[in-house]
Design a protein around this ligand. Structure first.
Ligand SMILES: Cc1cc2nc3c(=O)[nH]c(=O)nc-3n(C[C@H](O)[C@H](O)[C@H](O)COP(=O)(O)OP(=O)(O)OC[C@H]3O[C@@H](n4cnc5c(N)ncnc54)[C@H](O)[C@@H]3O)c2cc1C
Length: 406
């Protein structure tokens, strides 16, 4: 069983401890039996979304005004859910996470009509959501995205491509970031909600990756979307994308934490009974050093993840520094923890179907999506320098000459 001592930390209140106490047995009963099932990821994902909706867990992904649990998204609850689901299977975590990521921009910036149309269905597990930002020419440099939308009367007409879109092929709607051209660069982007069956939107290709989940390239050709599907104002797309990622980057860290905790538990159990040189390998000090480093990295990651979540929940506003630190450290350290777990298992660690082998594949993409580790470092550096500039009262002109970070 994973360590639960962190629930006593002051970042949490009773509602979080109750959530975890209800969630653990539900996951064990509903999800655990499917953790090794990787055959038909589309069908499995649809099932997980339906199950998560029926279990009431997707209510944590939308606000109370539209069928959710709390007045605003509670990031600590999102993190607890992701950590717990990821401990069992990356695909169940993925199904939950995408419902949040693909609807949060609507929660944060949607009109009342858009919220009423999409959010209750997300909460019920009846609407599969997706977030379409990245393009074939690049994902990191969001300000330079090319997929364009021009205004024609009371519609926007989208032409271009999006790629690496999770839930691509099974989603019911996509939140699509487009260039509307109000200004150059980051200030000329907008966000539109596009239904999957909107004429002009086509799945150009499905993409297979090392830890399979539904993923696709989208093609937009003369795709006419009602202007009422605009989120926020025209030109606010960059702000909308970053505000959404601000919440979800910390939750990516939480998923990594779930993978890392599972790897440590698997390694502890194996090291206790596998013998070498006449004693269990856990009795060898080099193995103990590995276990110690794994436990230390997990606690450090948990502190950063739940610090970021608490900061957003308790203090509000943007938490770019905290969520980038949480995502960067938790994903990088989880990769190290899982790698050590594979090492402790010896040859069995790389056997197809072994839990640690699956974790080894599942963790990798988390260091890339929702901003690569390099991009997180740029964000942290920009935030740290801005804080230092403010302290030293550096004139704004000198600050503006620097490159913007995502
Ligand atoms: C499994 C998976 C699921 C995904 N799901 C989604 C999704 O649902 N929606 C979506 O919109 N996108 C999604 N993505 C895309 C993901 O967000 C991008 O892959 C990511 O942002 C990186 O973009 P890129 O692949 O184009 O790499 P590039 O931007 O081309 O970067 C290539 C390399 O250069 C580095 N680099 C770039 N700029 C700098 C710099 N200034 N300094 C230093 N290094 C730099 C990057 O860190 C990276 O190592 C997904 C990706 C994967 C792998």
């Amino acid at each position: 069983m994973p360590d639960k001592s962190f629930l006593a930390w002051p970042f949490f209140d009773e509602t979080h401890r109750r959530l975890k106490a209800r969630l653990d047995p539900w996951v064990a009963a509903e999800i655990a039996s499917r953790e090794h099932d990787e055959q038909d990821v589309d069908a499995l994902c649809r099932d997980f979304v339906r199950q998560l909706g029926a279990g009431g867990w997707l209510r944590y992904a939308v606000p109370a005004s539209h069928g959710g649990m709390s007045p605003t998204l509670d990031v600590r609850s999102l993190c607890l859910l992701r950590e717990t689901l990821a401990y069992r299977t990356g695909l169940a975590d993925f199904a939950f996470a995408m419902e949040g990521l693909g609807s949060a921009s609507i929660t944060l910036f949607g009109s009342e009509a858009l919220k009423a149309r999409y959010l209750p269905r997300v909460a019920a597990g009846k609407q599969i959501a997706a977030f379409a930002l990245s393009e074939p020419e690049g994902g990191s440099d969001v300000a330079s995205l090319q997929c364009a939308a021009r205004r024609e009367g009371d519609h926007y007409v989208i032409d271009g491509r999006k790629t690496w879109i999770s839930n691509g092929g099974i989603a019911d709607h996509y939140v699509v970031f487009v260039r509307t051209g109000e200004a150059p660069g980051a200030k000329g982007l907008s966000a539109l909600v596009v239904d999957a069956d909107n004429p002009g939107l086509r799945i150009a290709e499905r993409i297979r990756v090392i830890a399979p989940h539904p993923l696709a390239t989208l093609s937009f050709e003369g795709c006419r979307v009602p202007a009422t599907h605009l989120l926020g104002k025209a030109g606010e797309g960059f702000k909308i994308a970053m505000a959404t990622l601000d919440i979800f980057r910390a939750t990516v860290g939480a998923a990594a934490l779930g993978f890392a905790r599972r790897a440590l538990d698997e390694a502890l159990a194996y090291a206790a009974h596998r013998s070498a040189f006449g004693k269990p390998i856990a009795e060898h000090q080099l193995i103990q050093a590995k276990l110690a480093d794994m436990a230390l990295k997990i606690d450090a990651a948990a502190l950063l993840v739940y610090r970021a979540a608490w900061t957003k929940d308790a203090l509000g506003g943007r938490v770019s520094r905290e969520s980038s630190m949480a995502k960067l450290y938790a994903t990088e350290s989880a990769q190290e923890v899982i790698d050590e777990a594979v090492q402790i298992f010896g040859g069995i660690g790389v056997l197809s179907g072994a839990v640690v082998e699956r974790l080894y594949r599942e963790i990798r993409a988390l260091r890339i999506y929702e901003g690569t580790s390099e991009i997180q470092r740029l964000v942290i550096a920009a935030q740290t320098r801005a804080a230092a500039d403010a302290e030293r009262e550096v004139p704004p002109l000198a600050r503006e000459e620097r490159e913007p970070a995502a």
